[in-house]
Each structure stands twice: as C-alpha cells, then as structure tokens.
Design a protein around this ligand. Structure first.
Ligand SMILES: O=P(O)(O)OC[C@H]1O[C@@H](O)[C@H](O)[C@@H](O)[C@@H]1O
Length: 283
C-alpha cells in the first residue's frame, strides 16, 4: 500500500490482444482492468476522465478488485486494500484457442498484515476473446488459521444511462443503501435508473442484462453470491472528486460480490469467484 512518500503514477498499462482483435489493458496498481475493447474497437468499460492515476488512490472506472472487505462493513479502509496495492504480473499470453490471458497476483505483506493479519494470496485471471470477458478472483489461505472476507469485482460498465434498462433482478431481495439499508424485494422486471441507486442484491443466480439502444451486456457470475448495482446520480457525483458532475450518465456498476455472508476460508483452502461479461449488438 502506498504512502505519501512513495507516490507513483499508475497509468502504466499492460496490454494484451486476442487473436480476433479484442484488447484488455491492466495496471499493476490494484490488479485493475482499465480497458476492455471488443474486436469492433468499442470500449466496454467506463473510465473517469478525472481519474487521478496516483498510487494512493483507487482507480475510478474499469474493474476495481474489492478484497478483503466490501465498502465500510468492517474495520478496514473502504473496499479493502487490494485496489490500492501493487500486484505482480504472472502471465500474459494468447491461448491456443486465440483468447487473450492475463494473470496477476497479490500476497500478504508487512503492510497488509498490519490491518489484516493473515497469510493469503490472490490471483486475478482475465481471459477474453470476441464479445466476452471472464474475470476470475482466486483467494488462497496460506496460513494456519481460518479468515473471513467479503469481496467484489466492481465493474463499471460503459452505457448511456438515459437509454439503459437492467433486466434479471426481479424477485430478488436487496438491501437499499440509499434508503437506510432497508431490505426490499425487486418487483419490477426492468430497472430504469432515475435517481441514485446503491443496492446489494442477495443470492443472484441468474444473469443480469444491461441494455441501451445499441448494445446489451450480459453479466453472469459463479462463486460470487450477491450482486451490487450502483449509480451515484448527479448528487453522488458532486461528492466524488474523481467523477465529473455528468459522469453518472455514462456508467452503471454491476458488481459480482459476496457481501451478506462473508466467506470463511480454512487453512490451505481456495475460494474462486468469477464474472463473465458477454456483449451483444442490437439491430
Ligand atoms: O467511491 P468508492 O469507494 O470507490 O465506492 C463507490 C461505491 O461502490 C459501491 O460498491 C458501493 O455500493 C457504494 O456505496 C460506493 O459509493
């Protein structure tokens, strides 16, 4: 984790392309997917034009890795330390089937043990080709005591909010963070965002589809149990220094997450969670 004495710029990207021309860019800061372009050249992730690119800040956009604590639901800094840590690059390659692959890793250090006294390793495995991106988080307990964690892949999907409809959450219970964390049930088939939305949907076992007039993105998940839908609207953007006032019009976060029931990982055990995104063009 960075201190003010060792601030580094974080806009140094590792870029990998698949044989069919899809492209992913990551930074080692945060083990962060910053860009995902499908072979038609369309950027599928939102990245804030006001992002600070500093090693003491989380990157505002792309896919932040949230570990070992979601939001402020525990003693650690908000959303944990993985998104602020310097990861190691394990592999970049093109697979035999033409897909691009990146593997990044993060292990405990003196700094992480100060706030989270456990021996762990994380691997982020990013595989992509054509219209699809699969991001897998693998957590290993290398210690001799169990530990608990919550986590998320905090994906900022690029979209035109005014034209966006979100499907697949009807019937699910959710915790509404903009309404006193009340537990509610989603009773509409379609969610149109017309104000600040910050919800943890519980036990999500069906794909979530986000459609604007041009594209659909289907987000499915394995291992992760919950899903977050977040859009700060204009009032939220006004409070977030690295978002423009109108940034909320350009993204929705659809996050694969495990929040309600933390994972308890026993010694030497491995937990895996992945988010699979697939784009469809409309018309
Ligand atoms: O500004 P941050 O720390 O990146 O968090 C952004 C948002 O992340 C979401 O996952 C949370 O549900 C929101 O409550 C939070 O505001």
């Amino acid at each position: 984790m960075p201190t003010s004495e060792n601030l580094q710029p974080t806009n140094q990207f590792v870029t990998v392309a698949s044989a069919d021309g899809a492209q992913v860019q990551v930074t080692l800061h945060g083990g962060h997917v910053c860009s995902w372009r499908t072979p038609d050249g369309v950027e599928r992730l939102f990245m804030s034009p006001l992002n600070a690119w500093r090693s003491d800040s989380a990157i505002r956009g792309g896919v932040p890795v949230i570990f070992p604590q979601f939001a402020s639901e525990g003693p650690l800094p908000k959303h944990g330390f993985a998104r602020l840590s310097l990861w190691t690059l394990l592999e970049t390659s093109t697979q035999i089937d033409g897909s691009g692959l990146l593997r990044l890793a993060l292990s405990d250090s003196e700094e992480t043990r100060r706030v989270f006294p456990h021996a762990f390793s994380l691997e982020l495995r990013i595989e992509f080709s054509g219209q699809a991106l699969n991001t897998e988080l693998i957590v290993t307990n290398n210690g001799d005591q169990p530990f608990d964690f919550t986590c998320a892949l905090h994906t900022y999907l690029s979209t035109l909010l005014a034209e966006t409809a979100i499907y697949g959450l009807a019937g699910n219970e959710y915790r509404d963070s903009v309404d006193g964390r009340r537990i509610k049930r989603a009773d509409q088939d379609v969610l149109h965002i017309k104000e600040e939305v910050d919800r943890v949907y519980f036990s999500v076992d069906k794909p979530i589809t986000l459609s604007d007039h041009k594209h659909s993105v289907i987000a499915s998940q394995t291992g992760f149990v919950d899903a977050v839908v977040w859009n700060p609207w204009e009032n939220g953007c006004a409070k977030i220094a690295d978002l423009m006032l109108d940034s909320y019009q350009h993204f929705v976060c659809v996050e694969a997450a495990t929040i309600q029931h933390p994972v308890t990982l026993t010694p030497k055990a491995i937990w895996r969670g992945s988010q699979h995104l697939e784009c469809l063009s409309i018309g």
